[in-house]
Design a protein around this ligand. Structure first.
Ligand code: ADP
Ligand code: MG
Length: 244
C-alpha cells in the first residue's frame, strides 16, 4: 500500500520553562508509510512516549507539524483532535484499561458508543475471531488471562477500523509466550488487514516484528534498522547506552 499513515516534520516538544525546561523531542522528522509496522526504541527518558503521544494526536508538539492520514493536526482544537482520534487511531497500552463491569463485547464496542455509533454485529464477530476471542464475548475481564485481556484491548482498538494503531509497551506486562502471540496478532493487522502499527517498546524481540525500527536518544531519531533480528536490535541498543 502506498501513502503516508503518519508524518512528523520538525517536531519538538518542550516540557516546562526556563531552566526547568526539558526538551523531550528535538526536531524530529519521520514518515511512516501505510501498511507498515514500525517499532520505536530508545533508553528510558529518550522521548519514546512523547513521540507516540505527539504522533497520535494525544499531545500537542511545541513546534513542528504532525499529519495522520494526510490530515494536519497542528491548529486543530480539542474537539477536532478527539474526532480525528476516534476515527483514525487505535491505542493499546501496557495497562489493558478495560472496564471491569463491562463484558468483552461491551468493552470492545465502547469506542463506538462513545462516538454515538452502533456496532455492526458481523464486524464485531470478525474482530472477535481475529483476536481469538470467539465465544468469550459475554465474559468479564476478571475471567480472562492477561493475554486475553490485551486481546480485548486490541479488539477495542480495531473496532473503529483505524488507520493507525499506536502501542506503548503493550507487551510489557505479559510473559514472553503471550507477548509473542500479541505481537503476531499486531503483525497480522499489518500483513492481512493493511493497517499501520507504531509500537513503542524496550524489548528487542518485540522490535524484531517490525519492518523498521527507529532508535531515539535524547529526543532525536539517531538511527533506524530495516527488518532487523532481535540480536541486531539488542546490539544497536547497547551502543545507545540502554543497558549501560
Ligand atoms: P520515554 O518514554 O522514552 O521513557 P518520555 O517521552 O516519557 O521518555 O520522556 C522524555 C523526557 O521528557 C524525559 O526527560 C521526561 O522526564 C520528560 N517528560 C516527559 N513527560 C513530561 C511531563 N509531563 N512533564 C515534564 N517532563 C516530562
Ligand atoms: Mg515511556
Amino acid at each position: 500500500m502506498i501513502g503516508q499513515a503518519v508524518r512528523l516534520d520538525a517536531v519538538s516538544k518542550t516540557y516546562g520553562r526556563g531552566d526547568r525546561a526539558v526538551t523531550a523531542l528535538d526536531n524530529v522528522s519521520v514518515m511512516i508509510p501505510r501498511g507498515t509496522f514500525t517499532a520505536v526504541m530508545g533508553p528510558s527518558g529518550s522521548g519514546k512516549s512523547t513521540f507516540l503521544h505527539c504522533a497520535a494526536g494525544l499531545d500537542q508538539p511545541t513546534s513542528g507539524s504532525v499529519k495522520i492520514a494526510e490530515q494536519e493536526l497542528t491548529g486543530m482544537d480539542e474537539t477536532e483532535l478527539t474526532h480525528l482520534r476516534r476515527q483514525r487511531v487505535g491505542f493499546v497500552f501496557q495497562a489493558f484499561n478495560l472496564v471491569p463491569a463491562l463484558t468483552v463485547r461491551q468493552n470492545i464496542t465502547l469506542p463506538l458508543r462513545l462516538a454515538g455509533q452502533r456496532a455492526d454485529r458481523r464486524w464485531l464477530e470478525e474482530i472477535l475471531h481475529r483476536v481469538g476471542l470467539t465465544g468469550r464475548a459475554d465474559h468479564r475481564p476478571a475471567q480472562l488471562s492477561g493475554g486475553q485481556q490485551q486481546r480485548v484491548a486490541i479488539a477495542r482498538a480495531l473496532i473503529t477500523r483505524p488507520d493507525v494503531i499506536f502501542g506503548d509497551e503493550p507487551t510489557g506486562a505479559l510473559d514472553t509466550v503471550t507477548a509473542k502471540e500479541i505481537l503476531t496478532l499486531l503483525r497480522g493487522c499489518v500483513d492481512e488487514a493493511g493497517q499501520t502499527v507504531v509500537l513503542v517498546t524496550h524489548d528487542p524481540v518485540a522490535a524484531s516484528y517490525a519492518h523498521r525500527v527507529l532508535f531515539l536518544a535524547d529526543g532525536r531519531i539517531v538511527d533506524h534498522a530495516d527488518n532487523p533480528t532481535a540480536e541486531q536490535v539488542a546490539e544497536r541498543m547497547t551502543h545507545l547506552g540502554a543497558w549501560a
